[in-house]
Ligand binder design. Structure first.
Ligand code: BMA
Length: 339
C-alpha cells in the first residue's frame, strides 16, 4: 500500500508536555514500617480534610491476608503522619459479606449529613460488594450496611444530591460478558437504589484500560463538569498494569461522559509502584483540592504495598481534559465497543 503524504491523518491527542500529575518527593508516604502494630501492607487510602488536617483512611492488610481500615493524620498531607493504634472499620467474622475483610475506601464530604460518607469494599465468600458507613470525626463510624451485592466494588458517592437523589458510581462485573465497567445508581435515603445506568466502560483491544475500569476517588465538582479519576487495567503476559485516566461527567446528568482522556495520566514508573506485593499498580482512591493554591492532591496505593501522592494544578488538568475529543454518542458508555 502506498500512503498519500497529503492525506489527512487522525492523531490521538497527545499527553501534555510536562506530566500533569507529579509525584511528591515525600513518597512513599506510608508503609508497613510506619504502622504502630505489625501489618503486611498499607495502600489504597480514602482522603478527607478534617479540621485543617489531612486524614487518610488506609487499607491495611494484616499478616493473615485480611484487610481493615485505619486512620492516619498529617498537618500538611505529606509529612508528620500520626497513625491510630486501632482500626476504624474491621472485618466481621460472623458476616458472610465481610468476613474476608474490608478494602479500598473512598470518602465523600456530604454537608447535608454533617459528616463524611465512606464507601468501601466488603469482601466475603460471595465476592466483593459495596458497603457504606458514616462518620462525623473519623473516630467513630456508623455502618449503613451493604448497598450493592457481589460482585461490585470501586464505589464513590458524589458530594451532593442531583434532582433530589444521592448518586453512587460503582463497578459491577457481568457474570455473562465479564465486562467490568462503571455504572451509577441513585437513592433518596442511601438504602434503596434505582436501576443502574451505564457511565463508561473498558476499551477492548490494545488499550491501556482494556480489561477493567473502576472509579477512583469521588469526582470533584467544577464549572465544566464532575472531574473524575479512574483506574484502568491492561493484561500483559506477565501480569496486569494498573494506570490512571480522567473523565469529565455532566454536572446534572452524571451518566453522560463529556470528555475522557485517551492516554493515561499516571502509570507505574517509580520503584515503589513497580515492585511490591502486586507490581505495576497505581490505584487512585483519594483526591483533595486546595482552593487557595488550586492544587489537586491525588492519593493512591502503589504496588498494593504503600501509599503515595501526586500533585497537579486543577486548571491544567481541566484544560487538558477539555482538549480531549468529545466521546462519540456511545463512546463513554459501558458496554459500547470503544466504551
Ligand atoms: C483490584 C483491587 C485493589 C488492588 C488492585 C491491584 O482488583 O483489589 O484493591 O489494589 O486490584 O491488585
Amino acid at each position: 500500500m502506498v500512503l498519500d503524504p497529503g492525506a489527512a491523518v487522525t492523531v490521538a491527542p497527545v499527553a501534555p508536555e510536562r506530566e500533569l500529575f507529579r509525584r511528591s518527593a515525600a513518597n512513599p508516604l506510608l508503609a508497613a514500617k510506619e504502622w504502630p502494630y505489625p501489618v503486611n501492607t498499607v495502600f489504597n487510602p480514602g482522603a478527607a480534610l478534617v479540621d485543617g488536617e489531612t486524614v487518610l483512611l488506609c487499607r491495611v492488610e494484616d499478616r493473615r491476608g485480611i484487610s481493615h481500615l485505619t486512620v492516619a493524620r498529617s498537618p500538611d498531607g505529606l509529612t508528620g503522619w500520626r497513625v491510630d493504634t486501632e482500626p476504624l472499620i474491621v472485618d466481621d467474622p460472623e458476616c458472610r459479606t465481610s468476613c474476608w475483610g474490608v478494602e479500598d475506601p473512598r470518602i465523600t464530604r456530604v454537608d447535608e449529613l454533617g459528616g463524611w460518607l465512606i464507601s468501601y469494599t466488603a469482601y466475603g465468600p460471595e465476592g466483593p460488594c459495596v458497603a457504606l458507613a458514616r462518620t462525623e470525626d473519623f473516630r467513630r463510624v456508623e455502618k449503613l450496611g451493604v448497598v450493592m451485592p457481589p460482585e461490585d466494588k470501586n464505589a464513590s458517592l458524589l458530594p451532593r444530591r442531583i434532582d433530589g437523589h444521592f448518586v453512587l458510581l460503582h463497578r459491577p462485573v457481568s457474570s455473562t460478558s465479564h465486562r467490568a465497567d462503571v455504572w451509577l445508581s441513585r437513592s433518596t435515603d442511601l438504602c434503596s437504589w434505582t436501576t443502574p445506568e451505564p457511565v463508561f466502560g473498558a476499551r477492548p483491544g490494545p488499550w491501556w484500560d482494556a480489561v477493567r475500569v473502576g472509579m477512583g476517588p469521588p469526582p470533584i465538582e467544577t464549572e465544566h463538569g464532575w472531574l473524575g479519576v479512574y483506574h484502568g487495567v491492561k493484561q500483559m503476559v506477565n501480569g496486569a498494569i494498573y494506570r490512571v485516566g480522567l473523565v469529565l461527567l455532566d454536572l446534572e446528568q452524571p451518566s453522560r461522559v463529556l470528555r475522557r482522556t485517551d492516554s493515561w495520566v499516571l502509570g507505574p514508573a517509580a520503584p515503589y509502584e513497580m515492585a511490591g506485593d502486586v507490581p505495576n499498580v497505581v490505584f487512585p482512591t483519594g483526591l483533595l483540592h486546595d482552593p487557595e493554591t488550586d492544587e489537586l492532591r491525588l492519593y493512591y496505593g502503589a504496588a498494593d504495598t504503600c501509599v503515595a501522592v501526586a500533585v497537579a494544578d486543577r486548571s491544567e488538568v481541566l484544560d487538558y481534559l477539555l482538549s480531549c475529543p468529545e466521546p462519540a454518542p456511545h463512546n463513554g458508555g459501558a458496554g459500547s465497543s470503544r466504551g
